[in-house]
Design a binder for this molecule. Structure first.
Ligand SMILES: [Ca+2]
Length: 97
């Protein structure tokens, strides 16, 4: 397992480089939007979150969470973006997928 550490300046410079940031976001969106409908569904987001193991590790060390606890955490995260509660959010505003 590798761990990448980014400092604040690296992130600020990346976000400040509008072209590089836009290309990166577009590529990520296209990869996540597997059905190419222009929106990210919960299932599309869930696949990425599970790959990243967002809640399953703490600085690379496995944490014990039950599958139901994980599902609850992931669903809670998704609902923060799903403003109209239609299970299809993180739309492609300005990004075509
Ligand atoms: Ca989609």
């Amino acid at each position: 397992m590798s761990v990448e550490v980014l400092d604040g300046n690296t992130i600020v410079n990346f976000v400040g480089d509008e072209e590089a940031f836009t290309v990166s976001v577009h590529e990520l969106f296209v990869n996540l939007n597997s059905d190419h409908d222009g929106q990210l569904s919960y299932s599309e987001m869930l696949k990425e979150l599970q790959n990243l193991r967002v809640f399953e590790t703490h600085f690379g060390i496995d944490q014990s969470m039950s599958p139901s606890e994980l599902a609850s955490e992931y669903e809670s995260l998704f609902t923060k973006f799903d403003h109209d509660s239609n299970d299809r959010e993180c739309g492609s505003r300005g990004v075509q997928g």
